[in-house]
Design a protein around this ligand. Structure first.
Ligand code: ADP
Ligand code: ADP
Ligand code: ZN
Ligand code: ZN
Length: 823
């Protein structure tokens, strides 16, 4: 098993990870290899689960002897032998949430260079000492602003939120942030007792009084005399303690266990820019140092396109010896030239990848998965590694065809510098560019896991049973359009957010609309933020998660919101964050199963309720693993890893519960079934059969019911949400918003998904998609194309109309691609 550099192939023998059926393949090194197949066919199990996992295992073995013990517990990949495998780097999407403190600058390591630049070559105030590079980072003790600890924000209550209507008097409830019931009355009495008029409109009260009521830290005790109060004949005198609205909000946030109470008071809190560091998170001394006239915070806020303009003049100073340097400025020294040249080269790659609209300071949690992956690819390109395998997960995901072009060039550069690229891919235009294709199938799960073809792309054409071949060589029928006419319009006027400035846009009702445009043009901002938030607020629906509550909307006018009676966002966010949730619990299907088991004669004889059959309830679950089926193994340096529970071996239940069977199967056996198997087993249980049917409709028949939410891909999570919707679908006027629903899906799965989405529209609903997939765009009723470019060069409606109309528009980046597809 030694590495033979003269043999240009990686040999895999007997791979059996997940559904792989004893796979033997040879794939070339120093080439771009595409792994294709329908969702669930086994692409990731081969590329990530086998090849990458094995490379990583060997790496750990070579650097860390204790790793052997770990790998025995979690299991090495199920494969007999792999030879010729170089070290690997996996660039996977959507897995692992980046920390909120990481930014584009830290992710790409550009921040290190920039801090060095300010430390060594910046212009300092007269007499100031040079600072260490780390003093320019808000994440270090040396650099952090002492007021906000480097976060750049203060969280505090705001008067306009606590008193939304200033024409009201205190008695009429001006202070919305006050508690209700007895406490509210108590505060009212105290206010009166301290001499503030509770019958004057809020806006006419003295500022001192208003501030005291809202913000004071004093908690005066006041004697309240109740005799003679008309509303309280039994009232006794008492000592009431005052507490300002801010104190009340802070106290609630610090003490309440109720999410409802938290949400309620959070509505009075606004995150404001830290007044000391103006949001930069940096201490004052660091902010006095400049380069090219900019502080490091200002440089971080520049888009890469603008940053280049600052760096280039310095990088081009070739006559280094004439460079001047005084004690307070190093901007024209050799160090400055070298650092700027290095930075410029790295930033150029980002521009090439179409990411010029991003800035170093952009927080990584606000990036799309595609943006994050491209940043990582760019960083790798500069790392100078060679002889490495890069295992990539759908690098073209989330990319407009115009953006995919430069990405492919970068991948080719990686290959040209002596690396191998193993790419799980669905975009046929990318697959065509590969040197080699490994096609898995024929179907998903148990019905997949075989290699249908492994060889140069052309050869795949002859493989009849390959779904990929059908799309790659144009044999598959294209998805049909419906040419529906809008039944009205939603008119948005004067929308401003991010790069959308005073935008007017019209969304047609009761049809399917695709919002298109290059990366950074403003699609997500328009659909997932502005549109979603407007409709959500109109309907008074609760926000999906905490992030959404911060969205500040700047919209002059919105007409037609009343057309919707429900808002549904079908996104790729996980259906649960712990292994305790799975598709059976999420869809409600498991309720039916538990009831079924509780109704068996034996369960009734023993007095087992449906709760007994939940692995989340103490009654029936395995005590060792508390119903998880796994126990966590903690290891130094490595994120927690899971090993099967030694007591129940993954069954999750205690022995007594497993004795209860229905048609010879225990409840754990049901969780181990695939959706397809369960559909047969539970065919005569109507409530279960309906859920299972909709899951099959969206192409998820291969998933196991008990597969933990944490193991599902974004595309699977999204389709589970869609199936859950379809199972309750009725005729209605819901607005469905989907952000790139086809990402991660094989064209055959895209066709399935679209059929279901069209069903929703036929039932009277409105569907709006953010989309790049040309087959999908060609099949919708209406297109809104944003652009023409990303960032400040985007944010406008470039073309709108039917796909055919948009394909003829001038100045649209989408039009030429769409025109080719429609021909
Ligand atoms: P693809 O990448 O082609 O979509 P996968 O390799 O992810 O397919 O999945 C192939 C099969 O293996 C599917 O039936 C899937 O449900 C199953 N599978 C994937 N991940 C796991 C896992 N962690 N544990 C058990 N089964 C899994
Ligand atoms: P698209 O969805 O078309 O790729 P986005 O709506 O994500 O585009 O982005 C449009 C513009 O808004 C870009 O310039 C992007 O950098 C900016 N932007 C997006 N999200 C944020 C954010 N959370 N903070 C600051 N700028 C953002
Ligand atoms: Zn601060
Ligand atoms: Zn257990």
């Amino acid at each position: 098993m030694t590495f033979d550099p003269t043999d240009p192939y990686v040999h895999v023998r007997g791979a059996r990870e997940h559904n792989l059926k004893h796979v033997d393949i040879d794939v070339p090194r120093d080439a771009m290899v595409a792994f294709t197949g329908v969702s669930g066919s086994g692409k990731s199990s081969l590329a990530f689960g086998t090849l990458y996992a094995e490379a990583q295992r060997r790496y750990f073995e070579s650097v860390a002897p204790y790793a052997r013990r770990l790998l025995q517990q979690t299991g090495a990949p199920h494969v007999e032998e792999i030879t010729g495998l170089p070290p690997a780097v996996a660039l996977q999407q959507r897995r692992g949430a980046p920390s909120s403190r990481s930014t584009v600058g830290t992710l790409t390591t550009l921040s290190n260079l920039v801090r060095m630049l300010y430390s060594r070559a910046g212009t300092y105030p007269e007499g100031a000492e040079r600072l260490e590079a780390e003093s320019f980072s808000p994440n270090t003790t040396a650099g952090a602003c002492p007021r906000c600890g480097g976060l750049g924000v203060d969280h505090d209550v705001a008067e306009d939120l606590m008193v939304p209507d200033t024409t009201l008097t205190i008695r009429e409830g001006a202070i919305a942030a006050w508690p209700g019931a007895w406490q509210g009355k108590n505060l009212l009495r105290i206010t009166k007792a301290v001499g503030i008029d509770v019958d004057t409109p809020w806006r006419d009260l003295a500022k001192d009084d208003r501030d005291w009521l809202l913000y004071t830290d004093e908690q005066p005790k006041v004697l309240i005399r109740r005799r003679g109060e008309p509303d309280d004949s039994t009232g006794r005198d008492y000592h009431g303690t005052f507490s300002s609205a801010r104190r009340h909000v802070r106290h609630t946030l610090a003490n309440t266990k109720s999410q409802m109470m938290r949400d309620k008071v959070l509505a009075f809190v606004r995150s404001t820019t830290c007044a000391a560091c103006h949001g930069t998170g940096l201490q004052t001394e660091s902010l006095r140092v400049t380069f090219g006239g900019l502080t490091i915070a200002e440089m971080n806020a520049l888009s890469f396109t603008e940053l280049v303009k600052v760096l280039r003049p310095v990088a081009e100073l070739v006559e280094v010896d004439v460079a001047t340097s005084t004690a307070d400025s190093g901007e024209r020294t050799e160090v400055a030239v070298r650092l700027c040249t290095d930075l410029l080269a790295r930033v150029q790659v980002l521009l090439d990848l179409g990411l010029g609209y991003l800035s170093m300071g952009r927080v990584s949690t606000t990036l799309s998965p595609g943006e994050t992956q491209r940043l990582r690819i760019a960083t790798q390109l500069r790392s100078g590694l060679f002889g490495v395998v890069y295992v990539l997960d759908e690098p073209s995901a989330g990319l407009h065809p115009a953006d995919a072009e430069p990405l492919l060039e970068v991948l080719e550069q990686l290959k040209a510098s002596g690396n191998s690229l193993f790419v799980v891919e669905h975009d046929m235009d990318v697959v065509r560019r590969a040197d080699w294709v490994v096609d898995l199938g024929p179907l998903a799960g148990e019905a997949g896991g075989q290699v249908l073809y492994s060889g140069p792309v052309d050869g795949l054409e002859a493989v009849e049973e390959s779904a990929t071949a059908a799309y790659l060589f144009g044999r598959a029928a294209s998805i049909e359009g419906h040419d529906r006419d809008p039944q009205g319009w939603l008119h948005l006027r004067g929308v401003s957010r991010h790069n959308l400035v005073d935008l007017d846009v019209d969304v047609p009702l009761c049809v399917m609309t695709a919002v298109t445009g290059v990366s950074g043009s403003g699609k997500s901002t328009l659909v997932s933020q502005v549109l979603a938030e407007l409709v959500r607020r109109h309907l008074g629906q609760a926000p999906d998660d905490a992030e959404d509550t911060e969205v500040h909307l700047d919209v002059d006018d919105a007409e037609g919101l009343e057309s919707f009676n429900r808002l549904v966002r079908v996104d790729q966010r996980p259906i649960g964050r712990t292994p305790r949730s799975n598709l059976a619990t999420y869809t409600g299907l498991f309720d039916a199963v538990r009831k079924l088991y509780a109704e068996t004669a034996e369960a009734r004889a023993r007095g087992y309720s449906p709760g007994r059959f939940s692995f989340n309830v103490a009654e029936g679950r395995c005590e060792t693993c508390q119903g998880e089926g796994f126990v966590e193994v903690e290891l130094l340096f490595l994120p927690g890893t899971y090993a099967p529970c030694p007591t129940c071996h993954g069954a999750r239940y205690d022995a007594a519960t497993l004795e209860i069977t229905y048609r010879d199967r225990s409840v754990a056996d049901v969780l181990a079934m695939s959706v397809d198997e369960a559909a047969t087993f539970l065919a005569d249980v109507p409530s279960a059969a309906r859920s299972l049917g909709t899951l099959q409709d969206v192409g998820l028949g291969y998933l196991r019911l008990g597969q933990p939410a944490t193991e599902l891909s974004g595309g699977e999570a999204q389709r589970i949400k869609l199936a859950t919707e379809l199972q309750r679908a009725r005729r209605g006027h819901a607005l469905y918003l989907l952000d790139e629903p086809t990402s991660g899906l094989h064209p055959a799965d895209v066709a399935l998904l679209l059929r279901q989405l069209h069903r929703l529209v036929d039932a009277g609903n409105t569907v709006v998609l953010v989309e790049h997939d040309l087959d999908t765009i060609a099949s919708v009723d209406h297109v809104i194309d944003l652009g023409p470019g990303g960032g400040d060069e985007g944010g406008r409606v470039v073309a709108t109309g039917t796909p055919r109309e948009v394909s003829r528009a001038t100045g649209s980046a989408t039009a030429p691609y769409l025109a080719r597809r429609l021909d």
